[in-house]
Write a protein of this length. Structure first.
Length: 117
């Protein structure tokens, strides 16, 4: 089992920045592909960004490309999501997830991000 705990969410004005963190515990963190998703009220959970176990390969949704950056520190069992130029439409609950294969098997409880206009 892998336990994931997100932090860093909050209220920010449009144009501002936030850095989310996700600390993992349990099995070997280094082996897992990590990703961030988000879910806005009334919408499905959607993919934002992912990183391979090494952190060398990353992938982003078009909606956040150039504004959000995913990174990881395997020594600290932590993955980050740096969010810049935030927009009101970025308001959502942000989730961290981990997986070994094509699927993401473990999810955090989520952290709320609210962007005011």
């Amino acid at each position: 089992q892998v336990q994931l705990v997100e932090s860093g969410g909050g209220l920010v004005q449009a144009g501002g920045s936030l850095r989310l963190s996700c600390e993992a515990s349990g099995r070997t963190f280094n082996n897992y592909r990590m990703a961030w998703f988000r879910q806005a009220p009334g919408k499905q959970r959607g993919f934002l960004a992912s990183t391979t176990w090494s952190g060398r390969i990353t992938s982003y949704a078009d909606s956040v490309k150039g504004r959000f950056t995913i990174s990881r520190d395997n020594a600290k069992n932590t993955v980050f999501l740096q969010m810049n130029s935030l927009k009101p439409e970025d308001t959502a609950v942000y989730y961290c997830t981990a997986g070994l294969g094509l699927n993401f098997d473990y999810w955090g409880q989520g952290t709320q991000v609210t962007v005011s206009s």
